[in-house]
Design a protein around this ligand. Structure first.
Ligand SMILES: [Zn+2]
Length: 386
């Protein structure tokens, strides 16, 4: 038995190396150039490494429309989130289908070359409504669409920039490297945990419940662009380092970063996140309450229910659904709404806002809620902002 196959059967690799890379680097100077936003930068890195397999670039219109309206690529594979590159009218007017376009970061680094196959117009509101189920601009994912240019550029990309970036360097594993690592350790089944939040006992409990049934645990915090009020990635990573050191079986736990931007698309993003983890070699994926949600846009269990919309076998990775978990004084241990029969006054639960207030005051939440080692990391970080 070997690891789960990538989505679509083949791990994509769009990263240029050696002479090919040198040649394109030279040629890029004469190409028309486009500056991309932070989200597109993150998408480029993911496409290049194969994390978005089978995508080889930014979506053309057929894929875009099919994903938006039908949650499948034009070739029939499940895909729930448009991965697109936008351009303003002025930028698009200088480009033609068939061009090679140099894609640059906002600080001017040459990141990749786009083999521009198609320039097409799209309807922002329709994308917002179908993908995010709302057209309200206060939704951060919708806001990002409204801020984009009027055109989308589709085509394959060739990645030039070395993705070995300094930030979180020891944890920046490509799907290929993680797969090799899992194989080396003899893990056949691996469960991934997606997070953009600091780790509390509730998360630890879910992760360990899942690990009871598989060979390995991949803690895979998202470190791309998030909302301004989410806890910064370096702090979340430090919290994971200390909790692993003190409470996790090191031989069965792997920490790595996912350099993706959050879309906050709730259910559709839960499926997107699971496909990405399949590409990283994971057989199972944890989906909690309101996965990738924001505000009250999605129902508590929508991100779990969406998996039932697809035919058996359409998704190879197995989702593992979890309910709200907490420490129960009467159970004298961690439990969930599913497993604990006691009243909520026995449960140690605190709202996110309440926890933040406590931490900002330098006060550690109860140890039934947050490990003291993690509380110290969060207190140090939050007090340094104030
Ligand atoms: Zn209980």
């Amino acid at each position: 038995m070997s690891l789960i196959e990538p989505h679509g059967g083949k791990l994509i690799d769009r990263e240029l190396r050696g002479a090919e890379r040198e040649a394109l680097l030279q040629a890029a100077g004469k190409m028309p150039s486009l500056t991309v936003n932070t989200r597109a930068e993150a998408d480029l890195e993911l496409i290049a490494s194969g994390a978005l397999s089978p995508l080889e670039g930014f979506m053309t219109e057929a894929d875009y429309v099919s994903v938006r309206d039908d949650r499948h690529l034009a070739n029939g594979l499940v895909w729930t989130i448009p991965v697109t590159l936008s351009a303003t009218e002025e930028e698009a007017s200088k480009l033609h289908a068939g061009d090679d376009v140099a894609l640059r970061s906002r600080d001017g680094r040459l990141m990749a070359v786009l083999q521009l196959a198609e320039i097409f117009k799209y309807e922002r509101q329709l994308e917002a409504e179908r993908v995010y189920r709302t057209t309200e601009e206060k939704h951060p994912g919708v806001k990002a669409i409204y801020a984009q240019g009027d055109y989308l550029l589709g085509g394959r990309v060739s990645y030039i920039e070395s993705p070995k970036r300094a930030e979180f360097a020891p944890y920046r594993y490509s799907p290929r490297r993680l797969r090799a690592l899992f194989a080396e350790r003899g893990w056949r089944s691996v469960v991934a945990f997606q997070t953009r939040n600091p780790v509390h006992r509730a998360h630890e409990y879910i992760q360990k419940c899942a690990l009871e049934t598989v060979d390995g645990l991949l803690l895979h915090p998202l470190v791309g662009e998030t909302k301004a009020d989410d806890i910064p990635a370096p702090v979340r990573m430090r919290a994971y380092e200390v909790i692993i050191e003190h409470y996790y079986p090191v031989a069965r736990t792997q920490l790595a970063v996912l350099p993706a931007a959050m879309r906050y698309a709730g259910p559709r993003e839960a499926v997107f996140h699971s496909i990405i983890r399949q590409n990283y070699g994971c057989s199972h994926f944890i989906v909690g309450r309101d996965h990738a949600g924001v505000g009250n846009y999605y129902g508590t269990y929508d991100a779990q229910r969406i998996f039932g919309d697809f035919a058996p076998g359409e998704l190879k990775i197995t989702p593992m659904f979890f309910d709200n978990t907490f420490f129960c004084r009467k159970c004298d241990g961690m439990a969930s709404l599913k497993t604990c029969p006691h009243d909520s006054d026995q449960h140690v639960s605190l709202s996110g806002t309440k926890v933040r207030e406590m931490l900002a005051r330098g006060e550690a939440p109860p140890s039934e809620f947050t490990r003291p080692e993690v509380a110290s990391v969060l207190i140090a970080a939050l007090s340094s902002y104030n």
